[in-house]
Design a protein around this ligand. Structure first.
Ligand SMILES: [Zn+2]
Length: 81
């Protein structure tokens, strides 16, 4: 379980949040479908920080940009998106 520090509500249980996706998985809608899918499935999965999009679904409802380490799950920053 993660304790996510929502900038609006303070530290809350992960169960209140909905994970949406990583920022690098967001593709442009005007890209050709094969280009968009290729970019999505050929992303590097390196150690280090990942930038993710979450929503505080059972709290303030805000969209958040969360920086989290891929191996340790340590959260380094949370900011409104
Ligand atoms: Zn919140």
């Amino acid at each position: 379980m993660l304790l996510i520090p929502c900038p609006h509500c303070g530290p809350r249980n992960q169960e209140e949040f909905a994970y949406e996706r990583t920022l690098d998985s967001v593709v442009r809608l005007d890209d050709a479908p094969d280009v968009a899918l290729s970019a999505l499935y050929t992303r590097a999965n390196l150690r280090g920080d990942d930038h993710e999009i979450w929503t505080h679904a059972q709290g303030c409802g805000q969209w958040l940009r969360l920086t989290r380490h891929r191996m340790t799950h340590a959260i380094h920053s949370v900011e409104p998106l």
